[in-house]
Design a protein around this ligand. Structure first.
Ligand code: GLN
Length: 604
């Protein structure tokens, strides 16, 4: 291990997928990382996405799930969120490789004349660029300790055989040869379907996909087979025979009650033995210590008392669109020993238009909202559903229902306040009404209106608390400032701030200039908070994000005791972060994390 242990050379674990997409490869790869970490190794990760987009920033959450934002402002695939949460690390934008980034890199070199008159080709120039990128990025420390990690887990997106991934499979085949046996372990995640007619576990799809893998120069060390139940011995034997993988290296990823069981399931089937064997690490690994994971996974299964949170959003048809949000809510509710129930409400269903066109849908949406213990309005772009979100914010404010607005959700809260309390009927964001007479949310001066990719205010920025006697400062452990991740183009209009504050809303957090509003609160409401940043991206199992913890605590009547438990002796106020200690409060004592009940084994 790099802290003075025995790993001298970087070790690589490659995770590929076969047969179909959506097998939970990302969570499997993250769980493998957890298992290796539990054996005492430092782990980093790289996700390869073989699409042409430079990054995930311009991709629709409807199609691809959420865009995850990193500290450095990288807009990346949601699997990087799984890695950050599972391994408690902080990745960089370069940890997400896309075809677009690689081609851009090679084409830039070509324009500079770096190839000295050579014909620039996919092999060797693109494939070399991929290998160089992997080796370079694997060395970046991601766990806060100096020096590179011991093991780098690489996940190749897509399914083996996809045309898009060909340059990557070729590069990885060359790479495995270059780093040599003992430094490279290939885990192929596949599917063993059970045909309902005969009830038999079918191996043929896996056989074919392993054949495809071999034809591309990649040899699997381990097969991880998704199936509803554990694989039968004769099925394993057959797979072993046809795929040339020892039976003890064939793992079943059967369905589990929550995804925190996955590292345990891998350990129980001795996946670590197989990986350590392939990486020549047997001598220096310790027995995996998964105590925290075990108690979290078990705790999550035991939770009965529900807390209902309504998410009033735009992309409610695909839960992956709000993955980090769900995880943050889950981390908070498990810490508070509550079973999270999420009520998805498409914002436009709450609007008057729907009442006319589809009264049943309208009624059902309002019934859900009224039945919830807390309301969350997440971030978003575009004007669809904005009026519905404003109605939800108004409902929560007037009925004293705990409310958290994130990014667009915060802007919504300000618009609603300006309309209802200041009486400015047409108050709006210029994103939705460029001609409004009362623009309480405006385009940020430094933004670009012509280029959408990577032009927002992105990544980690500092927020300074303006008053200490407010819920958000207390929830963040009375620190003077916090660093959270951003992704926005619009902001609260600084010219309207004093009018808004005079009417009773309080901007409790601002940026270093004091001009940009970061946190807004209604002091006289049980819990009504908006944040311009996205706290969900830094929530971790066992270390729930402050504002989510506040929302869930308020929703189940525990906010006062939570805030009380968070009181810190004066002298410590600026230095201590309860959430960074993770176990400093009576609620977070068992580093706990639960599982979102609809996510069976898919995401972390
Ligand atoms: N559309 C809003 C903006 O650009 C909010 C963005 C978000 O919610 N991420 O400021």
């Amino acid at each position: 291990m790099n802290k003075g242990g025995g790993v001298k050379k970087m070790k690589y674990v490659l995770v590929t997928g076969g047969v179909v997409s959506g097998l939970g490869k990302g969570v499997t790869a993250s769980s493998i990382g957890v298992l290796l970490k539990a054996c005492g190794f430092r782990v980093t990760s790289i996700k390869i996405d073989p699409y042409l987009n430079t990054d995930a920033g311009t991709m629709s959450p409807f199609e691809h799930g959420e865009v995850f934002v990193l500290d450095d402002g990288g807009e990346v695939d949601l699997d990087l969120g799984n890695y950050e949460r599972f391994l408690d690390i902080k990745l960089t934008r370069d940890n997400n490789i896309t075809t677009g980034k690689i081609y851009q890199d090679v084409l830039d070199k070509e324009r500079r004349g770096d190839y000295l008159g050579k014909t620039v080709q996919v092999v060797p120039h693109i494939t070399d660029a991929i290998q160089e990128w992997i080796e370079r990025v694997a060395m970046i420390p991601v766990d806060g300790q100096p020096g590179p990690a011991d093991v780098c887990v690489i996940e190749l997106g897509g399914t083996i055989g996809d045309i898009e991934s060909m340059p990557f499979t070729e590069a990885l085949g060359q790479f495995s040869y270059r780093v040599g046996a003992g430094n490279f372990c290939l885990i192929h995640v596949s599917l063993v379907p059970v045909l309902s007619v005969v009830g038999e576990q079918k191996t043929k799809p896996t056989q074919h996909s392993v054949r495809g893998l071999r034809s591309l120069g990649l040899t699997p060390n381990i097969l991880a087979c998704r199936s509803t139940l554990a694989l039968e011995e004769n099925v394993k034997k057959k797979l072993s025979q046809f795929c040339h993988v020892p039976a003890e290296n064939i793992i079943t990823l059967y369905d589990v009650s929550n995804i925190w069981h996955l590292p345990l399931l891998l350990r129980d089937q001795k996946a670590h033995e197989a990986i350590l064997g392939a990486l020549n690490l047997h001598g220096i690994a310790r027995e995996p210590n998964l105590k925290e994971w075990t108690s979290r996974a078990e705790l999550c299964d035991m939770l009965l008392e529900p807390v209902r949170i309504a998410i009033v959003g735009k992309y409610t048809g695909l839960s992956d669109s709000y993955l980090s949000l769900l995880k943050a809510l889950l981390h908070a509710s498990v810490s508070l020993r509550k079973k999270l129930v999420v009520d998805w409400i498409p914002a436009s269903d709450l609007e008057d238009e729907t009442a006319k066109e589809n009264p049943d849908v309208y009624k059902a949406a309002w019934k859900l909202l009224k039945g919830s213990d807390g309301v969350l309005v997440p971030g978003g772009f575009g004007d669809r559903g904005v009026e519905g979100k404003i109605l939800a914010a108004k409902y929560a404010r007037e009925n004293r229902i705990p409310f958290l607005g994130i990014c667009l959700g915060m802007q919504i809260a300000v618009i609603e306040f300006a309309r209802s309390i200041l009486g400015l009927q047409d108050a709006n964001s210029t994103e939705f009404d460029p001609d409004t007479k009362n623009p309480c949310v405006i385009f940020m001066p430094e933004g670009s209106k012509t280029h959408l990719g990577g032009t927002m205010r992105l990544g980690s920025r500092r927020t300074y608390f303006q008053v200490m006697d407010c819920k958000s400062a207390k929830l963040y452990g009375n620190r003077g400032f916090i660093d959270e991740r951003h992704r926005h183009r619009y902001e609260v209009n600084p010219d309207m701030v004093s009018r808004l504050e005079d009417a009773g809303i309080s901007f409790t957090g601002k940026d270093e200039t004091g001009q940009r509003m970061e946190i807004v609160e209604l002091p006289n409401h049980p819990y009504y908070i908006g944040a311009q940043f996205h706290p969900e991206f830094k929530s971790r199992p066992g270390k729930p994000s402050a504002l989510f913890l506040g929302l869930v605590a308020a929703a189940c009547g525990q906010l006062d005791s939570l805030l009380h438990a968070h009181k810190i002796p004066n002298g410590m106020a600026k230095k201590v972060s309860l959430y960074q200690n993770g176990n400093a409060t009576k609620f977070a004592k068992i580093p706990a994390d639960g599982i979102y009940s609809n996510c069976n084994g898919v995401h972390a």
